[in-house]
Ligand binder design. Structure first.
Ligand SMILES: Cc1cc2nc3c(=O)[nH]c(=O)nc-3n(C[C@H](O)[C@H](O)[C@H](O)COP(=O)(O)OP(=O)(O)OC[C@H]3O[C@@H](n4cnc5c(N)ncnc54)[C@H](O)[C@@H]3O)c2cc1C
Length: 485
C-alpha cells in the first residue's frame, strides 16, 4: 500500500519533474537550516517549482493531502522562518528568478520571488534604484524580503520593504491565486497587501511582486568617524538626527566588530577604537555639501578625532564592505555566535549599549554590536564556543536578557529579521493575549487549515475553528497547549 506522504511525493514529482523534487538525504541537507544554524530540521521533501502554476499545483496537492509546507527563498533568514518541517514539504522558489517587467516611466519593476535584492537595483541602474538594502542583498530573495519586511542600511531615510511593494500575486494555502494591491500606491479597502508584507510565509506564497523603484540621488558623500566609545558615537547619532539632517544611512560598529571586520576587509580601520560611525548623505549636491560639514562638526564635538571621508567610489565601496562584512567576519573571532535583532528608540542608544556591555560582563561573554543606528535597530552578536558544554544555552539566555533590555527601553523584539521560530517565545512579552488572538484570526482568514509555515511567529500552537467537519477536541487543546479560533 502506498503511504500518504509517498503518494504526495509522487504527485509533487509529476508537477515539478524528477530533477526538481528532492527526497535523498544528501539533497535535503542543503535545506535543513536557514541563516540561523542553531536550528536544523530535514524536510520530508523539497520541491523547486518553475512558475506560479507549479507553485499552485504543489500547494493544492499539499492541501488535498493535509500536509503542511514551508516556503523558502534563498535561506538567508536569521530567525528560522524557513526552517522546514520533518513531515512537511519545503517549497523553494529560488528557480523563479526572472525580472518580468521594467517600467522606467512609472518607476515600477515586476519580479518573480527568487530574484535577489541586488538584481533589482542592478536592473534599473544608474537612473533608478531599489532602496531597501539588507546586508545580505547579494543572496537574499525579494520573496524573502517581502515575507520578512526586510530593512537595510538605507531604510532610515528611505523606508522598509513595505514602503516599496505595491502589488503581489499570492498562492494561498488552498491553492487559490489572489492579487493583493496593484501597480498604484494605494488601493481602496482593507490593506491586505500590508498584512502580507512581514507575514513570514504564514499567509501564502508570493509568486509575483511589483516594486517601486526611485531616482538615484545626484550625489553621495560618505564618511567614517571613529570614537572612543559607543556611548559617544550614540550621542553623535542622536545629535545628527535632532539637527534635522536625514542621512541616507547611519551605521555603527563597536570595538569587537571593528576588529573582526578589519581582519576581513583590510580597510585600514584603527583596531582598538571604541566605535566606528559610518554616515552617508545623498541627494542634491549643494545640500549634501552643506549637511556634510554639519555632520563633521557634530562628530568632532561628540569626541571623534579621526574622521575619514571617502575620496571616490572605490573607497566608499571599501567602507561599506567593512560594514557589511561584520556578520560573517565574526566567525574569525568566535567559533559560534547568535545574531540578535532588537529595536530601541534612537535616543536610548547610549544607555542600552551600556546595559548590553554590563550584561556581557556579567556572563563573561563577548558581545559585538553592529547596527542601523539611525533606526535604533541593534544587532548584538553574542559570541560563544558551541564545543563547550552549556555555552550555547548561556548565550541564548544572554540574548534573552538583551531582548528584555530592548523592551524595557520601549523597543521591539525584532527590527527586520522577523520572529520565525527563534523569537516566538518573546512574543508574549511584547503583545497581550488579545493582540495574539487578533493575529491568529488574521492568519486563520488566509489559511484556515493551518498548513502555511505552522509553528512560526505565534508563541504557542493555535488552531483555526473554520476547519470544516464535526467539532472534535484536538489533543493539543485537551492538553491546554493550543486554542481554537
Ligand atoms: C550576513 C547576513 C546579513 C543580513 N542582513 C540583513 C539586513 O541588513 N536586513 C535584513 O532585513 N535582513 C538581513 N538578513 C536576514 C535575511 O537576509 C533577510 O531576512 C532576507 O529577507 C531573507 O530572504 P531569503 O530569500 O533568504 O528568505 P528565506 O530565509 O528563504 O525565508 C525567510 C522567510 O520568508 C518566507 N518566504 C520566502 N520566500 C517567500 C515567498 N515567495 N512568499 C512567502 N514567503 C516566503 C519563508 O517562509 C521564511 O519565513 C541578513 C542575513 C545574513 C545571513
Amino acid at each position: 500500500m502506498v503511504r500518504p506522504m509517498e503518494e504526495l511525493i509522487g504527485r509533487l514529482r509529476a508537477i515539478v519533474g524528477d530533477e526538481w523534487c528532492f527526497t535523498q538525504e544528501h539533497q535535503l541537507r542543503t535545506y535543513e537550516s536557514d541563516g540561523l544554524l542553531q536550528y536544523a530540521v530535514r524536510p520530508g521533501v523539497a520541491v523547486l517549482p518553475a512558475d506560479t502554476e507549479q507553485v499552485q499545483a504543489c500547494v493544492k496537492a499539499c492541501a488535498e493531502a493535509g500536509v503542511a509546507w514551508v516556503a523558502r527563498g534563498s535561506g538567508s533568514g536569521l530567525s528560522g522562518g524557513a526552517l522546514p518541517l520533518a513531515d512537511g514539504v519545503l517549497i523553494v522558489v529560488s528557480r523563479m528568478s526572472r525580472i518580468l517587467e521594467i517600467d522606467r516611466a512609472n518607476q515600477r519593476v515586476c519580479v518573480e520571488p527568487g530574484v535577489t535584492n541586488i538584481a533589482v537595483s542592478s536592473a534599473v541602474a544608474p537612473e533608478l534604484f531599489y532602496p531597501p538594502d539588507p546586508s545580505s542583498q547579494i543572496v537574499c530573495s525579494i520573496g524573502g524580503n517581502v515575507a520578512e519586511n526586510s530593512g537595510g542600511a538605507h531604510c532610515f531615510k528611505y523606508g522598509f520593504t513595505t514602503n516599496y511593494v505595491c502589488g503581489l500575486e499570492v498562492v494561498l494555502a488552498d491553492g487559490e491565486i489572489v492579487m493583493l494591491g496593484g501597480q498604484e500606491l494605494d488601493q481602496p479597502g482593507y490593506d491586505l497587501l500590508g498584512a502580507f508584507v512581514g507575514s513570514e510565509g504564514t499567509l501564502g506564497i508570493a509568486t509575483k511582486i511589483w516594486l517601486r523603484v526611485v531616482p538615484s540621488p545626484e550625489t553621495v558623500k560618505t564618511l567614517v568617524a571613529f570614537f572612543d566609545s559607543t556611548h559617544a558615537a550614540g550621542e553623535a547619532v542622536s545629535e545628527i538626527v535632532q539637527s534635522g539632517v536625514v542621512p541616507g544611512a547611519i551605521e555603527m560598529m563597536d570595538k569587537v566588530a571593528i576588529q573582526a571586520s578589519e581582519a576581513m576587509a583590510n580597510a585600514g580601520y584603527p583596531v582598538g577604537r571604541g566605535a566606528a560611525l559610518l554616515v552617508e548623505l545623498d541627494g542634491a549636491e549643494r545640500e549634501c555639501e552643506a549637511r556634510f560639514d554639519q555632520v563633521l562638526g557634530i562628530c568632532e564635538r561628540c569626541g571623534s578625532d579621526d574622521v575619514r571621508i571617502a575620496r571616490d567610489e572605490t573607497e566608499r565601496a571599501l567602507f561599506w564592505k567593512t560594514r557589511k562584512a561584520a556578520f560573517p567576519a565574526m566567525g574569525r573571532i568566535s567559533p559560534n555566535y547568535f545574531v540578535q535583532d532588537g529595536v530601541i528608540p534612537r535616543t536610548r542608544l547610549p544607555e542600552v549599549l551600556d546595559a548590553i556591555e554590563g550584561l556581557a560582563e556579567e556572563y563573561g561573554m563577548v558581545v559585538a554590536n553592529v547596527f542601523h543606528a539611525g533606526d535604533g535597530n541593534l544587532h548584538p552578536l553574542v559570541c560563544f564556543d558551541g564545543r563547550v558544554d552549556g555555552e550555547a544555552a548561556r548565550a541564548e539566555e544572554l540574548s534573552g536578557r538583551i531582548m528584555d533590555a530592548c523592551l524595557q527601553a520601549g523597543g521591539s523584539i525584532t527590527g527586520e529579521h522577523g520572529v520565525g521560530v527563534d523569537k516566538k517565545r518573546y512574543m508574549a512579552k511584547m503583545f497581550a493575549e488579545a493582540d495574539l488572538d487578533a493575529f491568529q484570526r488574521l492568519r486563520c482568514a488566509f489559511d484556515p487549515a493551518g498548513l502555511a509555515n505552522p509553528g512560526k511567529v505565534m508563541p504557542t500552537p493555535r488552531l483555526c475553528g473554520e476547519v470544516p467537519g464535526i467539532y472534535r477536541e484536538h489533543p493539543l487543546e485537551a492538553a491546554g497547549l493550543a486554542e481554537r479560533f
